[in-house]
Design a binder for this molecule. Structure first.
Ligand SMILES: Nc1nc2c(ncn2[C@@H]2O[C@H](COP(=O)(O)OP(=O)(O)OP(=O)(O)O)[C@@H](O)[C@H]2O)c(=O)[nH]1
Ligand SMILES: [Mg+2]
Length: 431
């Protein structure tokens, strides 16, 4: 389940940190009457009823000044590209340029927004401004005060805010689910059969299946499909040669005799890219053979762009810069694939001298002339974070693809007929 991120924005001293602490039920962020108290974003993980794990993020004031202030503002701006929902605090009946610029930013990232007029105990929100905001943005600003003395009353107001946040996020989750297929991409219908070929070798974790395999089994069950799991070494008996099936008395041409049959009636076979070559040898004609990497790539990120961008591998030239985008900062497994495996495979496949630039986490991407960007699967990033990050690159005209698709391409999957059948059957990703 994706962790949802909710950030609080507004001018300095509007009460962002006070609200952060109330929403988290703990003194997480420093509160002081000095403008500019919060500098770097402050994060706290909480469990939000009806949603699950969420990060609340407190940001520096959007009206911060000076050289350092400008750096803080740009950091707050970047936060907007990484979140699922924004809370905008304003006070003193003032909804000016700063607030309007923030609203523009939220619109750019299609963020749901909660508008809160704080410090109501000092100045209350006038009906005129309230109506003007409603007319302009279609949002009802909520009057609030972090300084209510009656603890029970304050808690009930905070609970009401948490309820509103939860409702908005639940709407987003519903929307996302409507737009996303299960991992099998509706390729398996009721009573259809899928075979997962999962090598249990030294790279397989002990005692369990890996996430895409579990997701595949679950999705097959959800669709009332019939799932079978086997190892590559069992394929000769699962897909026997025609000659082995027929009594010797039946005369067969040599072509038919060596053709693999599908007596168990599988509709689809899925394996991982590493085992693909071995599995492909045993495939009957006309049986779609897909890879977990492609199915996973459809779940998160810019799939259509990835599939287009991967072809750019064949156009790489000596001296080209390839951008490797990792979502997690320190995971050794990701480092292994992104930092070692892919550069090696790509250099060997293209036979070109390539330069690799590695960017971790959601760090800023330095401007340069890249020939191709390869994004990791993004297990620790949200779909929105990946899309927002990649959209900027795609708009600059850069081709992007992802780890799994690049490996599948290099391994020659795209030239395999069974794999092409699988791609032809894949429905387009819903936007
Ligand atoms: N009267 C009143 N004071 C408030 C309210 N909310 C916050 N304050 C006070 O306003 C001051 C600033 O609050 P913070 O929560 O630190 O404000 P901030 O937006 O995080 O400020 P920066 O970190 O400087 O950007 C503190 O003295 C708070 O106690 C409120 O609703 N009413
Ligand atoms: Mg603060």
């Amino acid at each position: 389940m994706e962790v949802k991120n909710i950030a609080i924005f507004g001018r300095r001293n509007s009460g962002k940190s006070s609200l952060m602490n109330l929403l988290c039920g703990q003194q997480i962020s420093i509160v002081a009457p000095v403008a500019g108290t919060t500098t770097d974003p402050v994060r706290k993980r909480v469990e939000l009823e009806g949603v699950g794990p969420c990060n609340f993020i407190d940001t520096a004031g959007f009206d911060d000044e000076g050289e350092l202030g400008a750096m803080r503002v740009s950091k707050s701006q970047k936060i907007a590209s990484e979140i699922d929902m924004a809370i905008l605090l304003f006070t003193g009946n003032l909804f000016g340029d700063y607030e309007k610029r923030l609203m523009e930013l939220f619109k750019r990232y299609s963020l749901p927004v909660l508008l809160i007029h704080n410090q109501e105990d000092i100045i209350s929100l006038g009906n005129e401004l309230k109506s003007a905001i409603k007319a302009e943005y279609g949002i009802e600003a909520i009057p609030f005060s972090c300084s209510i003395i009656d603890a029970d009353l304050l808690q009930s107001r905070v609970d009401a805010l948490l309820g509103l946040i939860s409702n908005k996020l639940q709407d987003c989750i519903k929307e996302e689910n409507n737009h996303r297929d299960g991992i099998l991409a509706s390729l398996i219908k009721e009573n259809e059969r899928v075979l997962f070929v999962c090598p249990i070798d030294s790279e397989a974790p002990a005692g369990r299946l890996i996430l895409p395999q579990v997701m595949g089994l679950r999705d097959a069950l959800d669709n009332f499909g019939i799932a079978t799991v086997a190892q590559p070494s069992q394929l000769p008996s699962i897909f026997p040669k025609a000659a082995e099936m027929q009594p010797a008395t039946v005369s067969l041409t040599s072509i038919i005799a060596t053709e693999r049959l599908n007596p168990l009636g599988f509709n689809l076979v899925i394996t991982d890219s590493q085992a693909f070559g071995e599995v492909a040898e045993y495939m009957p004609a006309n049986l779609p053979l897909g890879s977990f990497s492609i199915l996973l790539a459809r779940q998160k990120g810019a799939f259509s762009d990835y599939m287009e961008g991967v072809k750019e591998i064949d156009n790489l030239k000596d001296g080209d810069k390839v951008l490797i985008l990792e979502s997690c900062s320190h995971k050794p497994t990701c480092e292994d694939i992104g930092r070692v495996k892919i550069p090696k495979m790509l250099s060997a496949y293209t036979k070109k001298r390539l330069e690799f630039v590695f960017i971790s986490g959601l760090d800023e991407i330095p401007k340069s002339n890249y020939a191709l960007a390869i994004q990791c699967g993004g297990c620790v990033a949200t779909h929105k974070q990946l899309i927002n990050r990649l959209t900027g690159l795609i708009e600059r005209g850069l081709s992007v693809t992802n780890y799994g698709i690049a490996i599948a391409y290099i391994k020659g999957l795209f030239k395999n007929r069974n794999f092409q059948l699988f791609l032809e059957k894949l429905p387009p990703v819903k936007k």
